[in-house]
Design a protein around this ligand. Structure first.
Ligand SMILES: *Cc1c(COP(=O)(O)O)cnc(C)c1O
Length: 404
């Protein structure tokens, strides 16, 4: 007898660290999803900025099927063609000379932080161990990355945290100047804070960080796990600013839904990651690499990247139109197709109340903290789906306002 899984099964069988919505999607195509009852949804959530080409995009399905019939996994005792092709594609398209492949964003950041510490020990000595990062930042859920992340709720309650980590205020260079010194090993920053509320870094701030790193022989690490691979309208957001980091991390959109991550670095830095210093059983897995390569090659084209910028304008216009009617937003911001709408004072902290209403209206969206409605749709979402999704969002907001 077969059992159809239901939402109660989650509470019975899954570790209780998540609180998923009640509906269970079973099928997706492009920017639409269908649940167990056959109800249709428009997807502005994109699996939290992961489904860069929507659901089951033919280019990714073909890459998956093709590689799936050839070779899946070898371990790092051997190398494989898709991993080499992916690394070359990333090096050819960015500042980087070397790539470390892994399976998630947290793992890419863990590698970046360990590399930075090792580089400092190799080149400057043990004393150069301070890592500066920012309040409200998010860098993953490993113990090192939650500690570097600037949201104490994720790192507290697990006993002693790793040392040598300092936090400054985002977009406030003065607060960094107070902490930086010759013992600074690295500054880790998201060019635009994602989980922290969709807050773009200013040009002066990010340039100031680059200059401070150069002055103090420290490394600049850009966490582009959320902003990377076309999300910002460029392959990586650093290209929008013309500011080059020493290390960059990528995941989420990189695999278009397949778990994969990458740490990119210059030769001068990467050479500290000598044999045995770090590793990952799945890192550079052939199946993951083949899908990621297909995603990168498809996304890093003028058509797709221009399309992201065009869709950004459409999202902004729709959100402004809704806001003129209901006045629920204080500010609409973001880059490319990573957009945030901050709630106005009257609706302070109520972004999360929109999500279940939106689901009832047939729309999936996200929040970034309690006060920001976030959207991270497919980079190729059709204009008709944007219009229909916005009509559904407007109905949800109308209900929020009516119930207030
Ligand atoms: C999601 C995210 C991570 C963590 O990635 P995982 O794949 O969940 O480990 C790290 N940094 C940023 C900026 C993110 O948005």
């Amino acid at each position: 007898m077969s059992h159809t899984p239901n939402r109660q099964d989650f509470d019975h069988y899954m570790a209780p660290n998540y609180a998923p919505q009640q509906v269970i999607p079973v099928r997706g195509e492009g920017s639409r999803l269908w649940d167990q009852q056959g109800r249709e949804y428009i997807d502005f959530a994109g699996g939290i900025a992961v489904n860069s080409l929507g659901h089951c995009h033919p280019v990714l399905v073909d890459a998956l099927k093709d590689q799936g019939e050839k070779l899946w996994h070898l371990s790092n005792v051997f190398t494989n063609e898709p991993a080499l092709n992916l690394a070359k594609a990333l090096v050819d398209r960015t500042f980087a000379d070397k790539v470390f492949l892994c399976s998630s964003g947290g793992e890419a950041n863990e590698a970046a932080l360990k590399l930075a510490r090792r580089w400092a020990v190799d080149n400057h000595g043990e004393h150069k161990d301070k890592i500066i990062s920012f309040y409200q930042s998010f860098h993953g859920r490993t113990f090192f990355t939650v500690s570097v992340g600037g949201q104490p709720k994720y790192s507290q309650g697990f006993g002693p945290v790793p040392g040598g980590i300092l936090h400054a205020n985002y977009n406030d260079l003065e607060s960094v100047r107070k902490l930086v010194g010759d013992d600074t090993c690295a500054i880790m920053v998201e060019p635009m804070q994602g989980e922290g509320g969709i807050v773009p870094g200013t040009q002066d701030f990010l340039q100031g960080l680059r200059d401070l790193c150069d002055e103090h022989n420290a490394l600049l690490i850009f966490d582009e796990v959320q902003t990377g691979v076309g999300r910002s309208g460029e392959l990586y957001a650093y290209k929008n600013y013309g500011i080059t980091p020493d290390i960059l991390t990528s995941a989420k959109s990189l695999g278009g839904g397949f778990p994969v991550g990458a740490m990119l670095a210059t030769d001068a830095v990467a050479k500290s990651l000598v044999i045995g210093t770090h590793g990952s059983t799945y890192g550079g897995n052939a199946l993951a690499s083949a899908v990621a390569l297909a995603a990168v090659e498809f996304i890093d084209t003028p058509e797709v990247l221009e399309g992201v910028k065009k869709r950004h304008d459409l999202f902004r216009e729709h959100l402004e139109t809704i806001n003129r009617k209901y006045g629920v937003f204080k500010e609409i911001r973001g880059m490319g197709l990573l957009m945030g709408a901050q709630m106005s004072d009257a609706y302070e902290g109520r972004a999360k109340d929109i999500l279940p209403l939106a689901i009832e209206e047939g729309l999936m969206a996200l929040i970034a903290g309690p006060n920001v409605l976030r959207m991270a749709p497919s980079l190729v979402i059709p204009e008709a789906d944007i219009a229909e999704g916005m009509a559904r969002l407007e109905r949800a907001i109308e209900r929020l306002v009516a119930a207030t």
